[in-house]
Write a protein that binds this ligand. Structure first.
Ligand SMILES: C[S@@+](CC[C@H](N)C(=O)[O-])C[C@H]1O[C@@H](n2cnc3c(N)ncnc32)[C@H](O)[C@@H]1O
Length: 192
């Protein structure tokens, strides 16, 4: 076991919200989580160390490690998958994780309905991608399960990257199927 290595931190500011809405899962047996978009694994590592603490709990992670085009750093993404895998190894969690290195739209098709207690959506920022992700992942979330959607307030209209528009559109149509728990940079819902 050693310390994980990270080069960016988009996650730590969310910890109070995650503690509040995911705390009930901590230490429970057979909790299944899904993360779309992991980068170097800062949120994955936190989830494994603070929520999926029982040996029977598990996380499925989907990321093609291509980065997001509107904040691409040339040459940097090439090492991201190695860093991610090194970080998971560093915390000794290889056996609790399944990594699918494909785009979410391809990976989500292979997962089981009503399987996940928690889903974190933090992949593509492109509005149409986010809407497609929500449509595909919604049946995978258990009733009573929690979804956290990142970047609700992120907006780069010139690149068609406004996740909030997709979340609002999906939310309007599916409004009878969830309770809103939190609204801010992250949106948190509990599926009814
Ligand atoms: C902001 S980073 C994730 C950060 C991470 N969750 C954290 O909190 O540290 C976004 C990630 O989404 C991934 N991504 C971009 N498009 C994707 C897609 N279509 N499917 C899955 N992941 C995607 C990128 O490769 C990148 O690693």
């Amino acid at each position: 076991m050693s310390d994980p290595i990270f080069h960016a931190d988009w996650f730590s500011k969310n910890i109070p919200i995650w503690d509040k809405y995911l705390g009930h899962l901590k230490g429970r047996e057979y909790v299944n989580a899904l993360e779309i978009g992991c980068w170097e694994g800062r949120s994955t590592v936190w989830t494994l160390q603070n929520v999926l603490t029982d040996p029977t709990s598990h996380i499925t992670v989907i990321d093609p490690f291509l980065g997001n085009p509107e904040n691409k750093v040339e040459g940097y993404e090439r090492s991201v998958q190695d860093t991610f895998e090194g970080n998971i190894k560093a915390i000794g969690a290889e056996n609790k994780l399944t990594l699918l290195t494909v785009k979410s739209h391809d990976g989500l098709k292979y997962l089981h309905n009503n399987h996940f207690d928690f889903i974190y959506l933090d992949g593509s920022h492109v509005t149409t991608d986010v809407l497609r992700d929500l449509v595909l992942l919604w049946p995978l979330l258990k009733h009573g399960g929690v979804i956290v959607m990142d970047d609700y307030e992120y907006k780069v209209p010139d690149m068609g990257a406004c996740p909030g528009e997709a979340i609002d559109a999906f939310g309007r149509i599916f409004r009878k199927e969830y309770y809103e728990l939190h609204r801010g940079w992250q949106m948190v819902w509990r599926k009814i």
